[in-house]
Design a binder for this molecule. Sequence first.
Ligand SMILES: Cc1cc2nc3c(=O)[nH]c(=O)nc-3n(C[C@H](O)[C@H](O)[C@H](O)COP(=O)(O)OP(=O)(O)OC[C@H]3O[C@@H](n4cnc5c(N)ncnc54)[C@H](O)[C@@H]3O)c2cc1C
Length: 411
Amino acid sequence: MLKKVGIIGSGVAGVTLLKALADQTSAKNSFKTNKLNLQIALIERGRSFFDTFARSPSSNPVVVIHNPVTSRTEYQLFCNQGIKRMSSWITSMEGRFKTRIAYKPGLLHVPKNIHEQKKWEGIFNKNPFYQQNIVEKSILNKYLKKNVSSDIGIWDPNGFWLNPRKFLLLCLKDVVRILKKDAKILMGTEVRKIKVLEKGVLLTVRTNDSEWEVFFDKVILATGSKTKELLSQNSLYIGEKDYSGKTLNLYTNSGQLSRFTIPKEYYRFFPNFIYCKGGYVTPIIKGAIYSGSSYDKIKNEDSFLIDQNNKYNFARVCNIYDKFNTNINVSYYRSERCTSSDKLPVVGKIGNRSNSDLYIFSALASRGFSYGPLLAEMLASEIISEIFDSSVENEVVSNRFSQLVNPFRSV
Ligand SMILES: Cc1cc2nc3c(=O)[nH]c(=O)nc-3n(C[C@H](O)[C@H](O)[C@H](O)COP(=O)(O)OP(=O)(O)OC[C@H]3O[C@@H](n4cnc5c(N)ncnc54)[C@H](O)[C@@H]3O)c2cc1C
C-alpha cells in the first residue's frame, strides 16, 4: 500500500522527522512480509540549502545542548531524555559517515543574578537530578580563574556544542541511504494553501511563478516561526475551535548570536568548556567565540537593536576575560524562533477532527536541537502506526511525554 507524506519545512523539526520516518519504515520492513511503502516529500520555500541556511535558526553556525535548570520536573526529564536521543543520533551518524559534528567539552552554568541564584537553590533542594552537578564558589573561582559573584553553579559534564548544518545534512544523507527515490526534497517550493480533506490533505504550492496542487495522505507543519501565519491564513486551529478552555497560542521572537574573532594572543585566557550565564559563550572555535542569544519580541532589524545585542553578547564574553587591547571584530546571525504560551513544543495532530491528517511539529523555542530527535521519533511512530497499523495499540500513547507536547493541552 503506497502512502504519501508531506513535511513542510527543512529546519531541525522537518529534517529529524524525515529521518525518524525513514528509520522506522526501514526497521518495520526488515521483519514484515507486507512491506510499508512510504513516499515522503520535504517541502522547503528556501531556493537552496544555502538560501535556507542564511535565515533559519536551524542553521546557525553553532548550537549548544545542555540540561536546563528548571522547577518543572517533567520538563527537566523530557530535556534529559531528548539530549540522550540527540547524542545517540550523533554517535551513530558520526560513526556511519566517519566525520565529527559534535564536541563535548562540558558546560559551566552560573545564575545570571542573585534572584536567579535563590530560585536555583530552591530547585536544587527539590530535584535530586541536580545534586551531583552542583559546584560551589571556590570551584567556580577555580574554573574561571577569578573571583566570581555567584555562590553556586552547575557543571554539566555532558554539555556539548555542534555544527547544526552538518547535523542536518548528515540526517538527509542517511534518509537518502534508506529511502532512496522514495524521499524527495522540493526546494524553492512554498506552501500557500492547506486544505484538510475528509481523507488526506491538499496543498497549494508555489514554485518560481507557477502554482499547483498536490495531495498527501498526511501533512506535517514543521514551519518554525511561520507556523502561526500559515495556520491563520488557512483558518486552521491548533486545538478545538469551540473548546471553552484556554488553548495554546504561538508566538515569534527574534534571537541574535554574535561571533567574535579572537586574536591569537588571547586564546590562553579562554577555557575549553562552554560557559552559560543568561546565554552561552562557546570555547574558541576556528579562531572565534560565539555568544548568544537574545530574545527580542520585535522582528525589527534596526542597527540600534543589532548593536545592543552584540554588546550584551560581548559583555557575556567579558565575564571570562575583559582586558582586550584591540578592537574585537564582530559579526552576527539573527533569526526567528517559534514559542508556545507555556514554552513547551507543540507536536501532534491538529484541527477540529480527531481523524484529521494534519500534524504540527513546532514551537521548539530555544531548544530545538535538544529534543528534535526525541519528538521526531514520537511523531513518526504515531504517523506510521496510524497509516499502517491502526488496529495495533499506538506506541506513542504510552510515551509519557506525548501529553506534555499535545497540541490539545489547555494552558
Ligand atoms: C539566535 C538563536 C540561537 C539559538 N541557539 C540554540 C541552541 O544553542 N541550541 C538549541 O537547541 N536551539 C537553539 N535555538 C533554537 C533553535 O534554533 C530552534 O528551536 C530550531 O531551529 C527550530 O527549528 P524548526 O525546524 O522548528 O524551525 P526553522 O528552523 O525555522 O525551520 C522552518 C523551515 O520551514 C520553512 N518554511 C516556513 N514556511 C514555509 C512554507 N509556507 N512553505 C515551505 N517552507 C516553509 C522555513 O523556510 C524554514 O526552513 C536558537 C535560536 C535562535 C534564534
